[in-house]
Write a protein that binds this ligand. Structure first.
Ligand code: ADP
Ligand code: MG
Length: 683
């Protein structure tokens, strides 16, 4: 690829105009210039004469508006943005007046950035950067940050960075401009030595004392080359500096001979770049992915407040989504459990048209034979004939209380899904005899016999009717059924001795498990209508209630999730906001990265990864927080159930990731679109 006859850099008729139309400013006009390999050139001129503009064009940070610029015989205008980034990364080394180091990285970290973009492995990178810094007299400052170093030291770090990938062509824009004379001298010595080792040095300065170090001086004024000549007596290195910067590795000393290659492989220092296919290239993106991750982590860790604020939005969003949906889910399950507790799969037959039928009390057609008829049906598990409940004054010794007296059939425990706590239930013969026996609910027992002791065998009074206690029934724990006081008595006893009637008031049928409740309900209605000759009853299906309650609680969960989702979206917008601001704030950093060879996609990836990382961390913290909240709630407010599901976690983290992607995309793209010079120019 090398064209031995062509000069290394050739400008012909180069012009650079800023702006358009009336406001246009032409800074460079018709610049003709040739720079050969291994030269040390000083570009001189007063402030504002266009030196930096020329330097930016030479270093491919900026494109000329007119004329032709060739590097090693290749027209720069024909190169893609990525190819230019590769040129900057692998052949140019920039030294800026204001050093342009990244404040959050150590000296060594700064020096290594160009090698990271070139895809050099960490194992190679870190001894090389350490050696370079060592040679430049910064062996003790490897882990210092720019703020901890003097100007001269920082400038030497930036020289090491320029040499990291070889730095065949060193472009130094006022390298001594911000330094005291001693440090300035040091920097000039280093540049001279690099020149002696074969590097091409292009130096911009307004200071004749600095220009005196070069062998060739080009003077520009008003954007035109005024003078271009040999400096007969260049100032020499009067005292040898330690070692010499170029010694860091053999590759630098031989670098001047290496041809410039424009193949746009992502990592050219690694071998045969040309034969890689897509897949291999994609795979080779992984080491750089882990680099980007490390870089992102570094950037986040060094801006803790900003990172924390960014995360806050996500933390709040994820916490509310996860904990609200856990509470919603818990409530739903609790509701369903409670319903399961209230009754098994039952259908109750009541008199009249519906609950509001005021003539129902006069209907006397619901009889024990109806209960027998229903008991014979194939879908029936168990049946209980019922009278009541009636509110009756219960008495035991000196204590008395109002209780619900239920007249029930022999199978009532099974039909209603009740559990015996103590004693026994009554049987068919006791029902026939209208036996004066009772089972007490636990609440009733506590009211009547607060001092404990075995209630079985004791006599209690229901109104004036004496009943012998034969057992205790466990009360249901449920948020729907209040702490009611229950007494269960044979239905015949209630009917004849308390109510004075022969008919039933309701029949509860428990359906065989797995039998469709709707079909059973239809069967019951058919059978009873035929038996009565008309439909003077209505049915009350527990299953319908269960379904409607669970639908309601599902709606509630949905509503909660929706509210939580809104806060998640608000959090996401917050992240986007801060990322956008951060791009603006970090424009200079982006400029530096682009100048030392980052491609647009490197910048894009860095910002995206940062956003996703912030959101994932926020998501993880949010999940942990909602766990804590769930624990607190279930400890201190036991009525509220909290149920976490793996799905919620997965969804929360996926949400966080998506928000990261979405909210990172815009800022990342606008960061990647910045032109290197524009980005650098902004402070
Ligand atoms: P020097 O480095 O020689 O001091 P510069 O090359 O920085 O000079 O700038 C030369 C002239 O070009 C200055 O007058 C400056 O205002 C103008 N200039 C530089 N960059 C821009 C820009 N992006 N837009 C408009 N004018 C610019
Ligand atoms: Mg300048």
């Amino acid at each position: 690829m090398t064209n031995a006859a062509a000069p290394l850099l050739r400008l012909s008729g180069i012009s650079r105009t800023f702006g358009e139309g009336v406001g246009a400013v032409t800074v460079l006009r018709d610049v003709e210039l040739e720079i050969r390999r291994g030269e040390m050139v000083a570009i001189m001129g007063p402030s504002g004469s266009g030196k930096s503009t020329l330097m930016n064009v030479l270093g491919c940070l900026d494109r000329a508006t007119g004329g032709r610029y060739e590097i090693d015989g290749h027209d720069v205008a024909s190169l893609s943005d990525d190819a230019l980034a590769k040129l900057r990364r692998e052949y140019f080394g920039f030294i800026f007046q204001r050093y342009h180091l990244m404040g959050h990285l150590t000296a060594q970290g700064n020096v290594e950035v160009p090698a990271v973009y070139a895809g050099m492995a960490r194992a190679q990178r870190s001894p090389r950067s350490a050696a370079l810094l060592e040679r430049l007299g910064l062996g003790k400052h490897l882990s210092h940050r720019p703020a901890q170093m003097s100007g001269g030291q920082q400038q030497r770090v930036s020289i090491a960075r320029a040499l990291m990938n070889g730095g065949d062509i060193i472009l130094a824009d006022e390298p001594t401009g911000a330094l005291d004379s001693h440090s300035g001298l040091e920097v000039m010595r280093i540049l001279r030595e690099l020149h002696a080792r074969g590097h091409t040095i292009i130096l911009v300065t307004h200071d004749p004392g600095v220009a005196a170090w070069a062998q060739r001086v080009i003077e520009i004024a008003d954007g035109r080359v005024r003078w271009d000549g040999v400096n007969e007596t260049p100032r020499d290195v009067d005292a040898p500096t330690r070692g010499g910067p170029g010694d860091a590795s053999s590759s630098t000393s031989t670098s001047s001979a290496s041809p410039i290659s424009f193949a746009s492989s992502p990592a050219s220092p690694s071998p045969p770049a040309s034969q890689r296919h897509r897949l291999a290239r994609w795979m080779s993106g992984w080491p750089t992915f882990s680099e980007s991750l490390a870089m992102a982590w570094h950037a986040l860790a060094s801006h803790r407040l900003r990172t924390g604020l960014t995360m806050l939005g996500i933390i709040i969003g994820i916490t509310s989504v996860v904990s609200l949906s856990a509470i919603g889910e818990g409530t739903k399950r609790r509701v369903l459990d409670d319903i399961g507790n209230i009754a098994p799969n039952t259908i109750t037959v009541l008199r009249g048209r519906d609950f509001n039928d005021d003539k129902a009390a006069e209907i006397r057609t619901l009889l024990p034979r109806d209960a027998m008829l229903l008991a014979a049906q194939p879908y029936t598990d168990s049946v209980t004939a019922q009278v009541g409940p009636r509110t009756v004054r219960m008495r035991f010794g000196r204590l008395d209380t109002d209780a619900q007296v239920h007249g029930e059939g022999a199978d009532f425990m099974r039909a209603n899904g009740l559990k015996l706590a103590r004693g026994r239930s009554f049987d068919e013969s006791e029902i026939e005899r209208q036996a004066q026996v009772a089972l007490l609910g636990e609440n009733t027992l506590r009211k009547l016999m607060p001092n404990g002791g075995d209630p079985v065998g004791k006599i209690v009074l229901a109104g004036s009717l004496p009943l012998r206690v034969i057992g205790v029934v466990r009360d249901r724990s449920s948020m729907f059924v209040s702490r009611s006081l229950n007494v269960y008595v044979p239905w015949t006893t209630v009917a004849s001795r308390l109510a004075g009637q022969q008919h039933l008031e309701s029949i509860t049928v428990r359906i065989v498990d797995g039998h469709p409740p709707a079909a059973a309900e239809a069967g019951i209605i058919r059978a009873l209508t035929r038996a009565h000759g008309r439909k003077d009853f209505f049915t009350f299906n527990m299953d319908t209630i269960v379904k409607s309650i669970s639908r309601t609680s599902q709606m509630l969960t949905l509503l909660l999730s929706f509210v939580a989702l809104i806060s998640l979206v608000v959090g996401g917008i917050g992240v986007m906001n801060i990322m956008l601001v951060s791009v603006t704030e970090r424009t200079r950093e982006i400029g530096i990265r682009r100048a030392i060879g980052a491609r647009r996609q490197d910048i894009l990836r860095q910002f995206l990864i940062e956003a996703v990382l912030v959101c994932l961390m926020g998501g993880a913290i949010g999940v942990a927080l909602s766990y804590a909240i769930g624990w607190l709630v279930s400890t201190f407010v036991p009525q509220v159930a909290v149920v976490f599901s793996v799905n919620t976690f997965a969804a929360a983290l996926a949400c966080a990731c998506t928000i990261g992607m979405l909210s990172g995309w815009l800022p990342a793209r606008s960061a990647a679109r910045l032109d290197p010079v524009d980005a650098l120019a902004r402070e």
